[in-house]
Design a protein around this ligand. Structure first.
Ligand code: BES
Ligand code: MN
Ligand code: ZN
Length: 490
């Protein structure tokens, strides 16, 4: 059942399964809640609850349950701090199998009231997610209970409209999480294509197209075809378009890596590295979900997702280390490592976009390199871009929504490392600066179109859930790209 978000002027404890009251560290109500003081005053006086960031204390009082929620120090509080605190409240609700909560928002301490509302709403919406399909029998004894109703106290009808918008965006994030958490055996190239077709049916203004193997051959997408050869599943090239500004030529194209499972191919990965490789289609999922969300919000922008989808499997037909394959744009590539497959399928997809879609700009999203995880960890994604205005817009959008991007250098001299004796380039230059050389490889396929590359290998799939992420799959990128598209329209 979908979560209902309601705005009410006030409430009684007895109307709520869980009433959430916010506090600043070092004392002080973060909101006017003196009317409930009789119920929580003792707990506060005991000193057990310090209101540190994300601290919670659950109280059982005569009329029901109250959750004291710590927001941390008032000075320097920001959207992300609020998202995390309200995420902690929702996790408590989940643990107690509560279906309905009432929330008091902190007094406005942020410059913009909207930022505050959005942060609290997203803290709730993003955290109210569980991945249920593969739980099996244990679900019966220990069912996951998600919220069905969240009542925001002290807000009005106008606010309710805004909440709906953020709910639509959160639904996009949840779609990515479903696809990325899903079994690689289920989320195949064909399934991704069906998903795009399903989105086209459900959302007005979307157009999906799917190229199958024969058409990919016609399009001479030799690199995508090479990567797919070791798999029993045929590759697809999926596009999902939304034209929200038909009188404009502006066209943002999002290219997402859709490796539905990455064994490494003949350059086989060790087991520990393979363990998380169902996440390797997160770029494709993010691109598709972003376009669907843009359509659902009726944004006045033209945006298309292009998702090359394949497995990188191992088989007698696998593409080979040392052999040379021809890209869609005619360049030849010597394969020095079959595990550097993402850049190959993206290269053909970027060429496809340049040739057929008249992009004003290209943004690719990919779980592309282990090196970016070593460099930035799981909190930040790397962004590579040689077009200053574009990267500035992306970083500004990322800061607004709390999905941090860190700019990485496109060191042109390192193109040397991609030289081959027998072909135009190699696909892998080894370990040195490998996130950078991967980006430089992609750059060769963008023509003169402004391009940014987001490597989110660390932040698309976490080692373990945290903050608003209740599962390993995060859905990182949807909120950032929607914010980017909205600013572009403005
Ligand atoms: N899908 C991986 C990158 C990855 C690593 C994603 C960790 C998520 C978590 C990618 O296809 C890959 O294997 N990259 C290689 C490239 C190397 C062979 C140049 C890597 O980073 O090791
Ligand atoms: Mn790989
Ligand atoms: Zn990969």
């Amino acid at each position: 059942m979908a979560l209902q978000l309601l705005c009410r002027p006030d409430s009684n404890i007895s109307q709520s399964e869980l009433l959430v009251l916010p506090f600043w560290e070092g004392g002080g109500f973060a909101a006017e809640c003196s009317r409930w003081k009789e119920s929580f005053g003792g707990a506060l006086a005991s000193g057990d609850f310090k209101a540190k960031a994300n601290e919670t204390l659950l109280l059982y009082v005569k009329q029901g349950r109250i959750l004291l929620l710590g927001l941390g120090k008032k000075e320097g509080v920001n959207g992300e701090a609020l998202r995390r605190a309200y995420a902690a409240a929702v996790r408590t609700a989940q643990a107690k199998k509560v279906k309905q909560i009432h929330l008091l928002l902190p007094e406005v301490v942020l410059k913009e009231r909207n930022t505050l509302l959005r942060a609290v709403a997203e803290g709730v919406l993003l955290t109210n997610y569980a991945f249920l399909h593969l739980r099996g029998e244990s679900l019966k004894d220990n069912p996951v209970v998600l919220l069905e109703e969240a009542v925001f106290l002290g807000l009005d009808q106008d606010d309710e409209t805004k909440l709906k918008k953020w709910q639509t965006i959160a639904a996009g994030v949840h779609l990515v999480r479903e696809l990325v958490n899903g079994n690689a055996d289920d989320v195949t190239p064909e399934k991704l294509a069906e998903t795009a077709k399903g989105l086209e049916k459900r959302t007005r203004g979307l157009k999906a197209t799917v190229l199958e193997k024969k058409q990919l051959e016609k399009e001479k997408m030799g690199l995508l075809l090479a990567v797919s050869r070791g798999s029993l599943k045929e590759p697809r090239l999926i596009t999902l378009s939304y034209k929200g500004n038909p009188t404009s030529d502006d066209h943002v194209v999002l290219v997402g890596k859709g490796v539905t499972y990455d064994t490494g191919g003949l350059s086989l990965k060790p087991t520990e590295s393979m363990l998380t490789m169902k996440c390797d289609m997160a770029g494709a999922a993010t691109a598709l979900a972003t376009v669907q969300t843009a359509a659902a919000l009726r944004l006045a922008v033209n945006v298309t997702a292009v998702a090359p989808a394949t497995e990188n499997a191992i088989d007698g037909e696998s593409y080979k280390v040392g052999d040379v394959y021809r890209a869609k744009n005619g360049k030849t590539v010597e394969i020095t490592n079959t595990d550097a497959e993402g850049r190959l399928i993206l290269a053909d997809a970027l060429s496809y976009a340049v040739e057929h879609l008249k992009p004003s700009l290209l943004i690719d999203l990919a779980s592309l390199t282990g090196a970016i995880v070593v460099a930035l960890g799981e909190d930040l994604s790397g962004v590579f871009c040689d077009h200053d205005p574009l990267v500035k817009e992306l970083i500004a959008a990322s800061e607004t929504v709390g999905e941090p991007l860190w700019r990485m250098p496109l060191v042109q001299d390192y193109k040397e490392m991609l030289k081959s004796d027998i072909a135009d380039m190699v696909n892998s230059a080894g370990r040195t600066a490998s996130a950078i050389t991967a980006a430089l490889f992609l750059q060769e396929f963008c023509g003169s179109v402004p391009w940014a590359h987001i490597d989110f290998a660390g932040s698309c799939f976490l080692t373990k859930p945290k903050h608003t992420n209740t599962t390993k799959a995060t859905g990182f990128g949807v909120r950032l790209l929607i914010e980017f598209l909205e600013r572009r329209r403005a």
